[in-house]
Design a protein around this ligand. Structure first.
Ligand code: URA
Length: 482
């Protein structure tokens, strides 16, 4: 029997080095006793041999996902976890695709353990509550939390807290291990008991106030709440003392919310209305598409201008007979200032060509003329416009339509349908139909080209592209009778 002493309960590096040496010396799994220092259980076992020395030679090979799986499995609280991983490592040498067999007992168990650890890691990021403690002389305050994880996730989760609270000095104390951050490095010390953790303080009151203010009685779902925030964590959460009374009062509070009369409009609302009206002053007669485009450059009818580079106005000749309406400019259109020139635009151009429609004889515009997006890091994530943004921007579409007087308007997707008809329809229900617009006459409905771009399977994309071309062909025939 060979005994492996691991430094701590989640010692992945120790397990990996030992497993490598054992596998290279062809030691069978049943001949290895895995122990964590300080947790030695088998005191009466026969004396064990030490780990074989590292050998020259080919190290065991593993598929790409195995190290990540093992990193999570070692954090599980099952004492058999190290043996399971070593068994898997040996089996992988003969069956390199073993991890793909989800029904294999060892693989199934390892996946279940990894999932449990991942869940516990997530709970730790959500349910740790720091309390402020006075700093030692000359030092500012530190923050200390008490947490009782079910698995050994403290080391795995520590980098999350380091990155989140980089400017604070903090410690998370647990019965298993404690982690400390001094604004420069993480360190770990032995676990402690709860009486060594600081008690209630003003942060506790802060949490209670915050929690009570975000608690929405109308959304109360006790079963979901217990699933997402299992009862075993409640005892260490300051806000948990509020939960029973908030649940009890929830029904009454939501009834009161429903019955409450709408609050009167604020005193400043006439000023806001006057400002909005000024922005709606009609364009001078005879302005033409060029003047309209110029006026739209400074449009502030809704807040979307603030996050966009520029207004992307419609494009096409005043004699265009087909009016195509999309949703809103995308990232590329926002930067260049022209509609439908990015990936969706290129697909649209191909479909137009196949349907026998010359783009330069059509007018192409959008329901919303600013790119709605949410900055995330260096990227801008597309967000669909809401009804009030579509309504605010419809004024421009009305002006464009009044000047163009198209034979047919073609709505590309649901936002365009909403803008042109004033009604919300699921495109799947009205695709291929002609709806009536209060200002644009007949509206033929088809999908937005981005819908086709989002399809993952090439054959689905091909089929939907052909259907889109066939819709556009039908639109051309409707407009020109041929
Ligand atoms: N999607 C749209 O709806 N319009 C564009 O101009 C580009 C992409």
């Amino acid at each position: 029997m060979i005994r492996v002493d691991l430094d701590h309960a989640a010692d992945f590096d120790g397990w990996r080095e030992a497993a490598r040496r054992l596998a290279m010396a062809s030691v069978a799994p049943e001949d290895v006793l895995w122990q964590v220092k300080g947790e030695e259980q088998d005191l009466f076992a026969a004396p064990a041999n030490p780990l074989p020395e590292a050998q020259e030679g080919e190290a065991p090979r593993v598929p790409r996902g195995f190290p990540d799986l093992a990193r999570y499995v070692v954090c599980h609280n099952d004492p058999a976890r190290f043996a399971l991983l070593y068994r898997l490592l040996l089996r992988l040498q003969d069956q390199p695709r073993l991890l793909e067999l989800a029904t294999d007992d060892d693989v199934h168990l390892a996946n279940a353990m990894s999932k449990a650890v991942s869940r516990e890691r997530h709970k730790m990021t959500a349910f740790v509550r720091f309390r402020e403690v006075a700093g030692l002389e000359g030092e500012d305050a530190a923050f200390v939390a008490w947490f009782e994880p079910e698995h050994h996730v403290v080391r795995l989760t520590a980098p999350f807290f380091r990155d989140r609270f980089a400017n604070m000095r903090w410690s998370i104390l647990t019965p298993d291990v404690c982690v400390h951050w001094d604004r420069a490095a993480l360190s770990f010390t032995a676990g402690v008991t709860q009486d060594q953790a600081p008690g209630s303080d003003h942060l506790e009151e802060f949490w209670k106030t915050y929690y009570a203010s975000i608690f929405n009685p109308a959304r109360l779902k006790v079963a979901t709440m217990k699933r997402e925030m299992p009862v075993r964590y409640w005892k260490n959460l300051p806000e948990s003392s509020l939960i029973p009374s908030l649940i009890e009062r929830a029904e009454g509070r939501s009834t009161a919310m429903v019955e409450a009369a709408p609050s009167p409009a604020p005193k400043r609302s006439p000023k806001i209305i006057a400002r909005t009206e000024a922005a709606r002053t009609p364009i001078e007669p005879g302005t033409g598409l060029g003047g309209l485009r110029h006026a739209a450059e400074s449009c502030k009818r809704c807040p979307l201008w603030a996050n966009a580079t520029q207004t992307v106005f419609g494009e096409g000749g005043a004699d265009a007979e087909l009016l195509f309406v999309g949703e809103q400019p995308g990232d590329n259109e926002d930067l260049v200032g022209r509609p439908f020139i990015g990936p969706a635009g290129q697909m649209f151009d191909r479909a137009l060509a196949e349907a026998g429609i010359a783009r330069d004889r059509a007018y192409v515009t959008n329901a919303v003329k600013h790119f709605k997006n949410e900055p995330r890091g260096k990227r801008r994530i597309h967000k669909s416009p809401n009804i009030s943004e579509i309504n605010a921007c419809r004024w421009w579409l009305e002006q464009e339509t009044a000047l163009l007087k198209p034979r047919l308007a073609i709505a590309l997707g649901a936002s365009a349908v909403r803008s042109l008809t004033g009604e919300s329809h699921a495109v799947t229900k009205v695709r291929g139909q002609v709806l009536a617009s209060p200002f644009a006459g007949d509206v033929f409905v088809t999908v937005h080209p981005s819908y086709i771009l989002r399809l993952r399977e090439p054959e689905d994309r091909e089929r939907e592209f052909a259907a889109f071309v066939s819709d556009l062909t039908k639109a051309r025939q409707l407009a020109y009778g041929a």
